[in-house]
Design a protein around this ligand. Structure first.
Ligand SMILES: C[S@@+](CC[C@H](N)C(=O)[O-])C[C@H]1O[C@@H](n2cnc3c(N)ncnc32)[C@H](O)[C@@H]1O
Length: 233
């Protein structure tokens, strides 16, 4: 799969360039942690091991943040790029965080749950819209009742003009943060495979998939954090 090979090729330097290429890094990942943490904490309070599935986990950035925020969490990291997961494996092992790695595509059957939280960051926009909607339906099925899905995602503008503006703003911000021409060119090469959708459409698809409490919790131009939860039985 072309997109996974592109990420595998940069696995060794991926983490180092993140803060330059995701200008709102702290608020973006921080909000995803705030949204996903409550059901993990609840599981812990009931004496269970909190279960987390990270889709398109890459080098494990979001899994690591959540495992630190809610100690005892056991993340399952799924990605189609084995070299990205190898970096995650090293980082999680170094910190003594128990985990499971799954090399798979987002269109494959999801690894068995149920999960207290399913999260994803900057990955689902690689699927076409039918693939996103199908994935949202499948995610709801593997959540525990009361479990949360959060997608920290790169989204499209609601109009071509706004989408163009999102890109202009992103470029100005990453240049101001010191991203090199090579980093920007490599990011652009990966972005050629992106199929982002507007946040309003994706929130509607989540509601149609049966999620409740659907909201966009954070947005800064093309970076948005949205999700919902599975109703309690
Ligand atoms: C931009 S990285 C994000 C990684 C990590 N979630 C983060 O926030 O840093 C996108 C990841 O999604 C993975 N990915 C893209 N399309 C995928 C697919 N169809 N199936 C599985 N993984 C996919 C890539 O291999 C890559 O590791």
């Amino acid at each position: 799969m072309a997109v996974a090979s592109l990420f595998d090729a940069v696995a060794g330097s991926y983490d180092e360039s993140r803060r330059r290429l995701v200008p709102c890094f702290d608020d973006f990942y921080g909000t995803a942690v705030e949204v996903a943490a409550p059901p993990l904490r609840r599981a812990r309070a009931f004496g269970r091991t909190p279960t987390l599935l990270d889709l398109g986990a890459g080098t494990g950035l979001l899994s690591l943040l959540l495992a630190v925020a809610v100690p005892g969490t056991c993340p399952t990291l799924l990605d189609a790029a084995p070299a990205m997961l190898a970096v995650a494996e090293r980082l999680l092992t170094q910190r003594g965080i128990p985990h499971r790695m799954v090399v798979a595509d987002l269109t494959d059957a999801l690894p068995g749950g149920p999960y207290d939280a399913v999260v994803s960051a900057l990955a689902i926009h690689h699927l076409d819209d039918a693939g996103k909607r199908d994935l949202y339906r499948r995610i709801r099925q593997i959540l525990c009742p009361g479990g949360v899905f959060v997608n920290a995602e790169q989204v499209a503008g609601p109009t071509p003009d706004l989408d163009h503006r999102y890109d202009e703003v992103w470029l100005a911000q990453v240049v101001a943060l010191g991203a090199t021409e090579a980093e920007i060119a490599a990011a652009r090469e990966r972005m050629a495979y992106d199929r982002p959708a507007p946040v309003a459409d994706q929130c509607r698809w989540l509601t149609e998939a049966g999620f409740v409490g659907v909201d966009c919790f954070y947005k800064s131009w093309r970076f948005a954090v949205f999700g919902g939860r599975r109703e309690l039985d």
